[in-house]
Ligand binder design. Sequence first.
Ligand SMILES: *[C@@H]1O[C@H](CO)[C@@H](O)[C@H](O)[C@H]1NC(C)=O
Ligand SMILES: *[C@@H]1O[C@H](CO)[C@@H](O)[C@H](O)[C@H]1NC(C)=O
Ligand SMILES: *[C@@H]1O[C@H](CO)[C@@H](O)[C@H](O)[C@H]1NC(C)=O
Ligand SMILES: *[C@@H]1O[C@H](CO)[C@@H](O)[C@H](O)[C@H]1NC(C)=O
Ligand SMILES: *[C@@H]1O[C@H](CO)[C@@H](O)[C@H](O)[C@H]1NC(C)=O
Ligand SMILES: *[C@@H]1O[C@H](CO)[C@@H](O)[C@H](O)[C@H]1NC(C)=O
Ligand SMILES: *[C@@H]1O[C@H](CO)[C@@H](O)[C@H](O)[C@H]1NC(C)=O
Ligand SMILES: *[C@@H]1O[C@H](CO)[C@@H](O)[C@H](O)[C@H]1NC(C)=O
Length: 567
Amino acid sequence: MHFFRLCVLSAALIVSVCFGAASATPRRFAGETTSTQKDSMLNVFQLSAPVMEPLEAKCNHHETLMEHTFGNSDKKPFKGQFSPPNCNFNRVVIHFNATVKGRQYDRVGIMYLGSTEVWRTSTAEPTSNGVKFSYSKDMTAYLSLWKKNQTLIFDLPNFVNKNYTGKYQATLSAHFWHDSHPPEVADKILPISREVGQQGHPSVFHLPYQRAMVYHHISKKAVHAHVSIAATGQEDEEFWYTNVFNQFKDDFGVNGRSLPAGGPFREVQLLIDGYLAGVTWPIPVIFTGGIAPNLWRPTVGIDAFDMREQEIDITPWLPYLTDGKSHTFEMRVVGVKQDSETNSTHLSTEDIAHHWLGSAKIFVFYGKTKKGKAHYARPKMVTNDPEIQMQLSHPKNGSMHAKVQVTRTVNISSAAGTWHQSLNYSNENLLSRNGVIQTTHQTFHTTTKSKNMYAPKFNEERKYGMPLSLKTTTISSGRGSDSINVHADVDYTLNLDTTGRPDVSAFSLASGAVSLYQRMTGTSKFSNNMRNNSDESNTHQLFDHNWNGKSYKRDTSTKNSQLVSNV
Ligand SMILES: *[C@@H]1O[C@H](CO)[C@@H](O)[C@H](O)[C@H]1NC(C)=O
Ligand SMILES: *[C@@H]1O[C@H](CO)[C@@H](O)[C@H](O)[C@H]1NC(C)=O
Ligand SMILES: *[C@@H]1O[C@H](CO)[C@@H](O)[C@H](O)[C@H]1NC(C)=O
Ligand SMILES: *[C@@H]1O[C@H](CO)[C@@H](O)[C@H](O)[C@H]1NC(C)=O
Ligand SMILES: *[C@@H]1O[C@H](CO)[C@@H](O)[C@H](O)[C@H]1NC(C)=O
Ligand SMILES: *[C@@H]1O[C@H](CO)[C@@H](O)[C@H](O)[C@H]1NC(C)=O
Ligand SMILES: *[C@@H]1O[C@H](CO)[C@@H](O)[C@H](O)[C@H]1NC(C)=O
Ligand SMILES: *[C@@H]1O[C@H](CO)[C@@H](O)[C@H](O)[C@H]1NC(C)=O
């Protein structure tokens, strides 16, 4: 059977079909495995903390929001009109489930209430007998949106033809109820998006191609505000942490195709009226077709079904923002660029391919303020340029070594509070044997501190990061990409520790203190040639979650895409 890599940009601006290069770099494959199970559909799942829901409660209400088949669904999102249940609910949990059968790529799905993105997910890849997957998510943080009529948009661009047959049949429902001890919720949620939800369109920005800037007024009643940011790299940016610097991009390509470039570092910046308010360094999410599909069946990778957002506290900006005028909020994706003349480095959007899906929102909490006389001054900002160290070399012909280290701190302070971030990053990529073998070692670490002088309950400290190691050996036997064999080793861990806030955070996915350690290790031999039945995989995942003193642990192992232990 012939096989090619269909470079489909989910939520595409451009649909391009390209023939895969035979050389390395992690890539994306379509699921197509012949299932060894006879009748039942394989249950594919993500290790995640359980979502608590009562069986009975005041204003207990279940509602189906969507029953939809995503066939050829590019630029055809599901659109529904949502009206809130007619009782006094203060909690919302959504349930998503889907089935898919045949052969298909993983796809990214984004759910919106109006113009506000509320959930970013991705799909499991099918087998010939079909797979099913589901996810439950606490949506209480968006209560003020659920209390109003909304255009509900679920965008899951999929492409179906005679070779890629899988259609995603999906159901989305919501559970509303009244809780006597609910978490705090934002009084106002302001989207940093294209704001085209009312017209039924997905509001995500395509970065850096589009300018992601909006204007908003912030109420004088605000005592805490934070911005939650979603940013996902796709296509040549899907494995950005393995990308080479531009000067190497044509050194390893086969069939005239260049390697994904722009270097391996990305930063998402938040700017208020053009001033840097904070940064987030994207957390790698490996989708179910990434590297080798048999690594992600039946346990998908970290955050694959729920892409955690990162948050920037903008409380120190409140004295400035509450002057009754509108202000600009902008998100930007940048990478490290080296000037070839001087060898100096700086952050720039220039070399980054236009494949970042970005959106954000401002969560604003009102309260009784003991604000002094308003002076509307900008906060004190100490945001130096990051320190960047790079070593690039061609140790011998047919190889490349690149090491990048970045550190930076951001300090913003005013009478309202302080926001402090300290981040460090290290990435090492080695390509050898003309690009057949690629190893990547990356780690990054973020520490943040929020201090709120108006409402100290929003004080919070966080530490999080992800060490990641990948080794892929990619050999093409046969013409072009007819038959690609991959040997892969993967080891990555999400660590997070937060003292917590009183609201449900889009980052920690809970209110209150959370600590999480999730490690995935796996090895795979994979061939996209269906006649080659020598695929093998072994994976292990450990999930250790602590929330407000409650511990939840899981430990799973898989062999050849079958669950062999699950405790
Ligand atoms: C399906 O695959 C065959 C064999 O590789 C190829 O010739 C054909 O163009 C493909 N069709 C589509 C619609 O992609
Ligand atoms: C998905 O959810 C709906 C509604 O709860 C349910 O009827 C259906 O059986 C579920 N499907 C799967 C495959 O679990
Ligand atoms: C919300 O939608 C419902 C049902 O379509 C409708 O009856 C109601 O008038 C709407 N409310 C508002 C405020 O538009
Ligand atoms: C830039 O780096 C290259 C390779 O390390 C070196 O040959 C060159 O002299 C450097 N140029 C400057 C201006 O430092
Ligand atoms: C590397 O390749 C170039 C061009 O093919 C060749 O001129 C050079 O001698 C090679 N260097 C080594 C160390 O093999
Ligand atoms: C930011 O604040 C922290 C803690 O107060 C301090 O250690 C750090 O040096 C400050 N950074 C800058 C760039 O001022
Ligand atoms: C990065 O920061 C973490 C936490 O502050 C620290 O443990 C680690 O040593 C730092 N790494 C580097 C390379 O500076
Ligand atoms: C079959 O695939 C395995 C890896 O999955 C690879 O090691 C082997 O060389 C392949 N055989 C052929 C004939 O392509």
